[in-house]
Design a protein around this ligand. Structure first.
Ligand code: KG4
Ligand code: ZN
Length: 358
């Protein structure tokens, strides 16, 4: 019988302090033995966004406890673990360094292999914790810092088809919630309050919708929300209508751009059966899921989402990348440093800033 690999994962790239212990289950997926996430909502709520220094301090205060809890809950001792994986980027350097250093220290004193994980690869492979995934598949990665369409060819092999040229989708949700004073964290609040409004009330722009392939843009939409917010003067009904119209516009944008991405994926891979994986914090949004399920029916492809608990930042997805890389003997040296920027497709053009030609 082949040995089932067990990994400890650590995640501190932004505002969640997380640790998890997972084990391969022999069926191409994993048994999540523990998955501990400590969110810092309370620390950042009054600022309406993540404050890096506060996040780093909270990671420092909590990380030992979180890792210990993950080990105790898993009923696995450090001795039985095959390796340690910690997020090495992209993210806030002051935050990344905390999880990365503790991960390296545990690896060094327990003499286990260490793997520094790309957080985006964690999201990209996260549905694989519970669904056996075969390569290649089309990935729509929607989080607080990234919005991209990629072909996932294999572990470590990604081809970017499109990306946002300005704000990330999660950022657009967060800013909309802030403008409308709906509370923090923004994404779930916009989703909640949009259910109380009329989604057709405001006509909002869908930037670059008929050009630039499957690249996306949300800045013009955000500005339009700001303009309307000023007019409605805090009226609750109008706020809900605006939240609903924003969510509806996002759905329309994702529907059209995913349609383009599916065609590009088919042309590039020659795959007849398309699998679309939607991952990252924003993939928790049920309205987006319903909308993309409609597209998958219209275009006859399969859509796979991670379990809601693996959409937002967590360490199970980091440990899962660790296991995949361990099996390919892709170990890291303990000299590995945290990286604030770490694209999955290093050859993809940088799509932000002035002078961009679409
Ligand atoms: O993946 P994630 O936890 O962290 C990053 O890697 O960025 O994503 C966080 C983002 C935030 O912008 C948050 O508002 C958004 O995901 N989000 C949502 C929902 N839940 C989280 N956006 C829309 N609807 C949701 N239900
Ligand atoms: Zn994330």
């Amino acid at each position: 019988m082949t040995k089932k690999i067990t990994f400890l994962g650590i995640e501190t790239s932004c505002d969640e302090t997380a640790a998890a212990v997972i084990r391969e289950n022999g069926g191409g997926t994993a048994d999540v033995l523990s998955n501990v996430v400590s969110s810092q909502i309370k620390e950042h709520e009054k600022f309406g966004g993540v404050v890096p220094e506060l996040a780093a301090r909270a990671h420092l205060e909590n990380i030992d406890y979180i890792i210990n809890s993950a080990l105790i809950k898993s009923k696995i001792s450090l001795k039985e673990i095959d390796g340690i994986a910690a997020t090495a980027g992209p993210g806030l350097i002051v935050c990344l360094t905390i999880g990365l250093n503790i991960g390296k220290s545990i690896a060094a004193f327990s003499r286990k292999p260490f793997i520094g994980v790309n957080h985006l690869e964690g999201h990209a492979l996260s549905p694989g914790l519970e669904n056996k995934l075969e390569f290649p598949y089309l990935l729509l990665l929607i989080s607080g810092g990234h919005t991209q369409f990629l072909i996932v060819k294999d572990i470590g092999h990604y081809q970017q088809l499109g990306t946002t040229i300005d704000d990330a989708l999660g950022e657009a949700f967060d800013k909309t919630a802030k403008m409308l004073n709906l509370g923090y964290p923004g994404g779930p609040k916009v989703e909640k309050f949009s259910k109380l409004g009329d989604k057709n009330f405001f006509k909002l722009p869908e930037p670059i919708i008929n050009k630039a392939g499957c690249n996306l843009s949300f800045a013009g939409l955000k500005t339009a929300v700001l303009r309307e917010t000023r007019k409605i003067n805090g009226n609750d009904k109008a706020k809900y209508n605006l939240a609903a119209s924003f969510q509806n516009t996002i759905n329309k944008i994702l529907y059209k751009k995913t349609k383009v991405a599916v065609k590009m994926f088919k042309d590039s891979t020659q795959c007849k059966k398309v699998k679309l994986v939607v991952a990252g914090g924003v993939a928790a949004n049920k309205s987006i899921r319903e909308n993309l399920n409609n597209l998958s029916k219209d275009m006859n492809f399969e859509t796979i989402y991670p379990n809601i608990k693996f959409c937002g930042d967590n360490a199970a997805m980091i440990a899962w990348v660790g296991i995949q890389k361990y099996k390919k003997k892709l170990f890291d040296n303990l000299k590995i440093k945290a990286k604030s920027r770490w694209p999955l497709d290093k050859t993809a053009p940088y799509m932000k800033g002035p002078g961009l030609k679409l």
